[in-house]
Design a protein around this ligand. Sequence first.
Ligand SMILES: [Zn+2]
Length: 563
Amino acid sequence: MQSFRLNINLRPRSSNGIYFNGEKNKIAFGSCADCLFSKKMNMRIVLTLGLFFVWGCVAGQSFDLIIKNGRIIDGTGNSWYYGDVGVTGGKIAFIGRIDQAQGTRIIDAQRLLVAPGFIDVHAHIEGGELTSPTANNFIHDGVTSVVTGNCGGSNLNLEAYFQQLDSIKTSINVASLIGHNTVRRAAMGDAQRDPTLEEQQKMEGLVESAMKAGAVGFSTGLIYVPGTYAKTPEVVSLARVAARYNGVYASHIRNEGDNVTEAVSEAINIGREAKIPVEISHFKVTYKPNWGRSTETIGLVEQARMEGLDVTIDQYPYVASSTTLDTTVPSWVFAGGRDSMKLRINDPTTRMKIKKEMVADLKAKKNKNYSFAQVARYAPDTTLNGKNISEINRLKGRKSKPIEEAETILEMVGAVNRTQMVYFSMDEQDLVRILQYPFNMIASDAGIVRFGSGMPHPRAYGTNARVLGRYVKEMKVIRLEEAIRRMTSLPAQKFNLRDRGMLREGMAADVVVFDPALIGDVATYSNPHAYSKGFQYVLVNGQVVVDEGKHTGVRNGQVLRMK
Ligand SMILES: [Zn+2]
């Protein structure tokens, strides 16, 4: 067991004040920079002398960079205030008035807002970090840190992945979860059954290795193959392993439509049983018959919190979801892997059975056809990108009937795995109700996108700017400081990123400086490749990554390993 004590440290290059110094459960009182104290003193002396030294030392102190004259939103949800921010050695060294102090670089933030860099706890950057390490779509939306490995899909060997990230160097900081689908596939392929004792132990071992490598938790994608074949106890036992290492359980729940309340309850139960904090990912209710049921699902979260369970949620601010075309096909079709799937869909009797199930499911969701399902990226024929299934079906010369559209889907699913889709299936009233829930954070559910490539969901570019532009400024359904809190200190606290998410002395200098008059998203479903407006400056670990609205190419991100 670890033991803790109150530490009173006089550390160079920080002002007075209480802050987390990056080590768990340790509170440090720092002295101002360049003062010559080096040994521990008792608290009373420190507190007495603290004020004197802060005023004594800031005048004439030099910083690597100073952001002057801005309105500071510190990430706690408290009101903005005027102040200057001094950055040194990648950390925030001082916040307050900096009059005579000098910095190598001074950013004038007059009429601008200064906030902590945004932390996106629901990302899928795997693959994109290799081709586009500057992560422009995130950076231009104010995101300085992401948590990847969500929805059950991550790298299996996180130690190797983190080393790879260390050598690539990305523009954003990266933390990762270990994915259930990833460990299940490694232990037992795509088998549709319970794991044997040996397979269960293998999965637990893989989760444990990932947690030891510094994963921030364990994720599931209970709607996807093979995670969807898992029963709750399997997930509980894996979550228990992550809990031993202070991890979070991040859940893409089993159902976001008709059975959404059961699925939310399952995630909460896993938290209760495994004694692990729960994060319910991309919280929503889908399909018309369920619109309005966010009152029930938020009620379940609130009830769990009253019980003392640490349950929080996250959300992207769009009424269309993005997932694969495979999810329109019954999951049993994919059991055993791609070859087994092909055998099933190429057998005429089975093919007809599948199509009938698909049409029954479509009707149950009160959809007349598949026009709600738009192709984001279809590799074998990119001219279909941006078209919906009903349109594609007509292009093929088929009748506008659900059964014919199901045939079109099966052809596409048979041609290639995991075609990315955009599904228009949500209601804005639910979106706003979820947005207003205090323990909801803002997260994109996106990857790193290469500008101009494919038809991604616009959330990859505009998630944070859309909340600040549409929901704060235009619709006024959430306060500015509160929206910022959901992008910064709330995600940092939940995912144990202890030296980020607030503007405080000693914290990592991840900072966004934006223009409240300009802020807004530009990316749309039909023209998704468009950077958000208004982010003038973005700092990652003290380095300027966006300068006057332009990406500098600087790659100063760090791997955020759970300590
Ligand atoms: Zn997901």
